[in-house]
Design a binder for this molecule. Sequence first.
Ligand code: ADP
Ligand code: MG
Length: 64
Amino acid sequence: MARWGQAPVTLLGCGSEIAKINRLITNVRNGISGALVIRGEVGIGKSTLLNRAAHRAADLRCLR
Ligand SMILES: Nc1ncnc2c1ncn2[C@@H]1O[C@H](COP(=O)(O)OP(=O)(O)O)[C@@H](O)[C@H]1O
Ligand SMILES: [Mg+2]
């Protein structure tokens, strides 16, 4: 299992979700807070998406 902030695996077919997360991170860097709910059935890739987000935001404080 990928650990928090670990280099991500290649994610297939979730470009729009990644784009939303990237926008959220960009906004945070610009001082704009926000929230995003990630939901879906077991194994759909929620944790993998979050690991990718934490990796991308490694310079920010991430709580889990
Ligand atoms: N979009 C995707 N592309 C490739 N592999 C994926 C994708 N989404 C999930 N996986 C793989 O499926 C498995 C389950 O994903 P995971 O993130 O643990 O699901 P969840 O947290 O939603 O239960 C993992 O091995 C992950 O690498
Ligand atoms: Mg999970």
